[in-house]
Design a protein around this ligand. Structure first.
Ligand SMILES: *Cc1c(COP(=O)(O)O)cnc(C)c1O
Length: 427
């Protein structure tokens, strides 16, 4: 038995499924999770001393690579001043100023502790602002695990085979309407049915929790104009795309304005951080200035802010990081696509900048229905092949591959070789 296996056995006795988030489980691909004890740059090391080239990047936060020296230094420095005060601090203001001065349509921002919390609070704010109850989400988009949003919610839920979570009362989801990703007419129909009841449309501007499903040309623009027409709030859930597609996230990348934006992952550089922000008029509804209550004992935590600020400052001061990262993504996923043209397996690659995914299906993937045509057992074989070659991918089909600024072309050429060994083995 490996050390990872032994620790996992202990874990299963005291933690449901042995993991603190279902996406870490190896349930859908078989085997036991590797217990990671450290990471640096592009590599993670497990308890048995195996190292892996990592493409999960803590599910996105590690856009500069693991254990970035500037982030680490900022965290250590902040720790020396105390871990939490439960009172206002300057770092929170610096964080808010950094975000509001550079992100379009974000005039004010509130820090929270996770993406889930950010989205939950943004929805509440949109409802408070509009005085309406209904929200529209897209099938296959994940917006955290709050009750109202656990409807057709993408990867973690898909892989576990739970269509909707148990324990969510019907009352909590009765105002959640589901639309089809990349199909604006499905949203238009909902608006026609409920013209004055929809508070918000929430979307992952790039679907990244049903595998990677980029928005079709015009899709996000249509959502923008529908929300404007019907007086609903357009929420971009940028928990993955924020500070990844570019510093200004999907709003900047696609040139579409949102009313509220949610952040997580990269914004905390690996610390538990989320944020929601948007137009002043809407954010002014939030307590203590407005009637929408939202609070957090550890929100804006000084250590977390230090980590996030350090990473965001580097990203903001070096726009070339995004240019290089997106070029690297286009090149790498382009090579993957070329490789998959030659395979006899049903497989296609999708990508947007540094986010990419291989779907094991020949059906063109444009939404949740088509993503679900993937052969997950083939993904399991592929995952195992990559892991045996010390390449760590998400242990589930419906997740993204995250490239970081730290990945080198040499490393990626090596990955392509290993992929070739899987996809072209019979040729
Ligand atoms: C990860 C994720 C969330 C939830 O964030 P947590 O920090 O895990 O609560 C919400 N929305 C999207 C798009 C995500 O990818």
């Amino acid at each position: 038995m490996t050390k990872s296996e032994a620790i996992f056995e202990r874990a299963c006795k005291v933690i449901p499924g042995g993991v603190n988030s279902p996406v870490r489980a190896f349930g859908s691909i078989g085997g036991t999770p590797r217990m990671i004890c450290s990471a640096d740059g592009t590599h993670m090391t497990d308890e048995d001393g195996n190292t892996y080239l990592d493409f999960v990047g803590s599910w996105g936060p590690m856009i500069l690579g693991h254990n970035h020296p500037a982030v680490k230094e900022a965290v250590i420095k902040a720790c020396e001043d105390g871990l939490s005060f439960g009172a206002a601090t300057k770092r929170e203001v610096e964080m808010a100023e950094l975000i509001c001065s550079s992100i379009p349509n974000v005039d004010m921002v509130r820090m929270v502790n996770s993406g889930t919390e950010a989205v939950m609070s943004a929805i509440r704010t949109a409802r408070g602002y509009t005085g309406r109850d209904k929200i529209v989400k897209f099938m296959g988009c994940y917006h955290g695990h709050s009750d109202a949003l656990l409807v057709q919610a993408g990867s973690g839920v898909m892989t576990a085979g739970i269509p909707d979570s148990a324990g969510v009362p019907k009352g909590c989801t009765q105002d959640t309407l589901s639309a089809v990703y990349n199909d604006a007419s499905s949203v238009e129909k909902l608006f026609e049915t409920f013209p004055e009841e929809i508070a918000a449309v929430i979307v992952e501007p790039v679907g990244a929790n049903m595998g990677v499903v980029p928005p079709a040309p015009g899709f996000l623009e249509s959502l923008r104009s529908l929300c404007t027409k019907y007086g609903a709030v357009l929420i971009f859930d940028e928990v993955i795309t924020g500070f990844r597609l570019g510093f200004t996230g999907a709003q900047g990348y696609f040139g579409v304005d949102a009313d509220l934006v949610t952040y997580g992952k990269i914004i905390g550089a690996g610390m538990p951080v989320g944020a929601y922000g948007g137009k002043r008029e809407i954010m002014s509804c939030v307590a203590p200035v407005g009637p929408v209550y939202q609070a957090g004992t550890l929100s804006g935590n000084p250590v977390a802010m230090a980590a996030g600020l350090a990473q965001l400052t580097i990203l903001k001061d070096h726009p070339e990081i995004y240019q290089e990262l997106n070029e690297k993504g286009d090149w790498f996923y382009g090579e993957v696509k070329r490789l998959l043209e030659k395979t006899e397996l049903p497989a296609q690659a999708t990508s947007c900048g540094s986010l990419g995914c291989i779907f094991f299906t020949n059906t063109p993937v444009v939404n949740y229905e088509t993503a679900k045509t993937s052969d997950t057992s083939l993904y399991a074989s592929y995952f195992k092949h990559m892991l045996e070659n010390h390449i760590y991918l998400a242990p589930a089909q419906f997740e993204a591959m995250f490239l970081s600024a730290a990945h080198t072309r040499e490393e990626l050429v090596g990955v392509l070789d290993v992929m070739r060994g899987f996809f072209l083995k019979d040729n």
